[in-house]
Write a protein that binds this ligand. Structure first.
Ligand SMILES: Cc1cc2nc3c(=O)[nH]c(=O)nc-3n(C[C@H](O)[C@H](O)[C@H](O)COP(=O)(O)O)c2cc1C
Length: 456
C-alpha cells in the first residue's frame, strides 16, 4: 500500500518535472521571453532572417517603418543578447558628463516622437536619440518620401521633419521617465501569464532629443529655443539638427556667422534652465574643408558640448546601382559610411580632440563602429543598416566590437577613441593618467588618519 503510494508520488513528480522542462525549454528556445530579459537566438534569427526581409519585400519603406514601431510597442521586438566577451572589456564611457552604458546608440529619425524609447534600449542600444522634434506638429513632405536602395544597402529619405510636435513628445518622454505600473486588469490573459512568468527586465540607457524648426517658421532660432525650454528637463542631451537636407534653408545655419548666433542663443537658454542639459549640434557630410574648419572654430569658441557627424548626404556616388538613386532627399547607409568617417577624422583633428563626437553613417558591423571610434568618435549611432540586417544587428555590433578590442589589446573603449591620431591620442591618455593620479592623491590625503598627538 505504502509502496504503491510512493510509486504514484514518484510518477507525479517525474511527469511534472518533465512537463515543466519541456514547456520552459520550448519557451526559452523559441520566444523572446527567456529568463534574464533577453530573447532566444531562435527569436533573433526569426526576426532578422525571416520577418525583416519579408517586411522589406511586401511593405513600402514607410509602412515597414511604422510596422517596426508597432511591433516594438507590442513588446515583440527582440531583446538584447549579452555577449560574454563584452563582459571582459569596459564599454561604458563618460561623455559630456553622462555615463553611457555602451557606445552604440540609435540615430535620430527612427523614433521621431519618442514612442518606443524603452523598447529600443531593450534591443541593446546604450542610448536612443529621438526626433527630429519640431515645436508644432507638422505632417512633413508628401508620400512617397523614403526609398530603399537595396543593391547599395542605402536609403534615401525626404521625410521633411514629420513630427507630432513638442507637446506630444513631452508626454511620451514623461511616461518613459516615470512608467506606470502595469495594470493587470487591462492585459489579455496570454500577456498576463507571460508577464507573471517573465516579468519584463529593462535595459538602462540614455535619451537624446534631436530638435529642429517648423517648415513655415519665420524664426528658426526661436524654434530651437522653444524646444529647449519645453524638453530639456526630460533629455540626457539635446541635438540642434541643422543638417537635414529636406527643410529649405536649414543647412544655411551651418554658416559660421549664423551658427555662432544660433549656438550662443541656445547655450544661453540652456544655462538659464535648472536642468543644464548637454547641447550638441548635428552636421552634414557635405561640408567643404574650409566650412568644417570654420565650424570647428565656432564650436570651440562657444563651448558646445558635442558634435554629431554626420546626417544624410546630398551627394550621389557614381557607383550607385539602385533605380531609386535619382530620388531627391538625403542618402544614408553604406554609401555614406566612408564619407562620414572621413568627416569625423577631420573634425577630431580640427578640434584637437577637445569636443566629443558622436559618429554616424553606414554603421552595420563591429568593424564599422571600431573604425569610427578610432577616427575620433566617442560614441556611434546606427539607423539604415538596421533596416537591412534587422534589430539583431545591435547585439552583433556589440559582440564584434568587443572581439576587435580584445584582439587589439584594448580593454576599455577609451583606448580606442581617436587611436588613429597618435599625437592627440597619447596626449589625451597622459592627461587622463595625470588626472587619475591627482584624484588618487587627493583621496589618499583626505582619507589619511589624523594623529591627534601631532596637534597636541
Ligand atoms: C528614414 C530616415 C529618417 C531620418 N530622419 C532624421 C531626423 O529626423 N533627424 C536627424 O537628425 N537625422 C535623421 N536621419 C539621419 C540619421 O539620423 C543618420 O544621421 C543618417 O541616416 C546616417 O546614419 P545611417 O547610415 O546609420 O542611417 C534620418 C535617416 C533616415 C534613413
Amino acid at each position: 500500500m505504502l509502496h504503491q503510494a510512493a510509486q504514484r508520488v514518484q510518477r507525479v513528480v517525474i511527469r511534472t518535472a518533465v512537463g515543466t522542462t519541456v514547456v520552459v525549454g520550448t519557451v526559452e528556445w523559441a520566444t523572446h521571453f527567456p529568463s534574464q530579459g533577453r530573447s532566444s537566438q531562435f527569436y533573433h534569427d526569426l526576426v532578422d532572417h525571416i520577418v525583416t526581409p519579408t517586411m522589406r519585400r511586401i511593405l513600402d519603406p514607410e509602412t515597414a517603418h511604422h510596422a517596426g514601431i508597432f511591433f516594438a510597442e507590442q513588446g515583440l521586438s527582440p531583446r538584447f543578447r549579452p555577449s560574454a566577451l563584452e563582459q571582459r572589456c569596459v564599454v561604458s564611457n563618460s561623455v559630456f558628463g553622462k555615463t553611457f552604458p555602451n557606445p552604440i546608440g540609435l540615430a535620430a529619425g527612427f523614433d521621431k516622437d519618442g514612442e518606443v524609447v524603452q523598447e529600443m534600449l531593450d534591443l541593446g542600444f546604450g542610448f536612443v536619440e529621438i526626433g527630429t522634434v519640431t515645436p508644432q506638429a507638422q505632417p512633413g513632405n508628401p508620400k512617397p518620401r523614403m526609398f530603399r536602395l537595396v543593391e547599395d544597402l542605402g536609403i534615401i529619405n525626404r521625410y521633411g521633419f514629420n513630427s507630432q510636435g513638442a507637446s506630444t513628445v513631452e508626454k511620451n518622454l514623461k511616461s518613459f521617465r516615470s512608467p506606470q505600473p502595469i495594470d493587470s486588469a487591462k492585459l489579455s490573459w496570454p500577456r498576463y501569464i507571460w508577464n507573471f512568468l517573465y516579468p519584463p527586465r529593462h535595459q538602462s540607457g540614455l535619451v537624446g532629443v534631436n530638435i529642429g524648426k517648423n517648415k513655415n517658421s519665420l524664426d528658426a532660432i526661436g524654434d530651437y529655443v522653444c524646444n529647449i525650454r519645453q524638453l530639456s528637463s526630460l533629455a540626457d542631451y539635446m541635438v540642434l539638427n541643422i543638417s537635414s537636407p529636406n527643410t529649405a534653408g536649414l543647412r544655411d545655419l551651418q554658416q559660421a556667422n549664423s551658427l555662432r548666433v544660433l549656438l550662443t542663443t541656445c547655450l544661453t537658454t540652456r544655462n538659464e534652465m535648472t536642468h543644464r542639459v548637454p547641447l550638441l549640434v548635428k552636421l552634414a557630410p557635405d561640408l567643404t574643408d574650409e566650412e568644417l574648419d570654420q565650424i570647428a572654430n565656432v564650436c570651440l569658441e562657444v563651448g558646445i558640448d558635442g558634435i554629431i557627424i554626420t546626417n544624410t548626404t546630398n551627394h550621389r556616388p557614381a557607383d550607385l546601382l539602385s533605380k531609386h538613386r535619382g530620388e531627391i532627399g538625403g542618402l544614408s547607409g553604406k554609401p555614406v559610411k566612408d564619407q562620414s568617417t572621413e568627416c569625423i577624422r577631420r573634425l577630431f583633428r580640427l578640434t584637437d580632440g577637445k569636443i566629443p563626437i558622436i559618429g554616424v553613417g553606414g554603421v552595420g558591423s563591429g568593424h564599422d563602429a571600431y573604425e569610427k571610434l578610432k577616427a575620433g568618435a566617442s560614441l556611434v549611432q546606427v539607423y539604415s543598416m538596421m533596416v537591412y540586417q534587422g534589430p539583431g544587428v545591435i547585439s552583433r555590433i556589440r559582440h564584434d566590437l568587443a572581439t576587435l578590442m580584445l584582439e587589439n589589446g584594448q580593454r576599455s573603449i577609451v583606448d580606442v577613441i581617436g587611436a588613429d591620431h597618435e599625437d592627440i591620442f597619447w596626449r589625451k591618455r597622459e592627461e587622463r593618467i595625470a588626472q587619475k593620479r591627482r584624484r588618487d592623491t587627493r583621496i589618499s590625503i583626505e582619507t589619511l588618519p589624523v594623529k591627534k598627538t601631532e596637534f597636541a
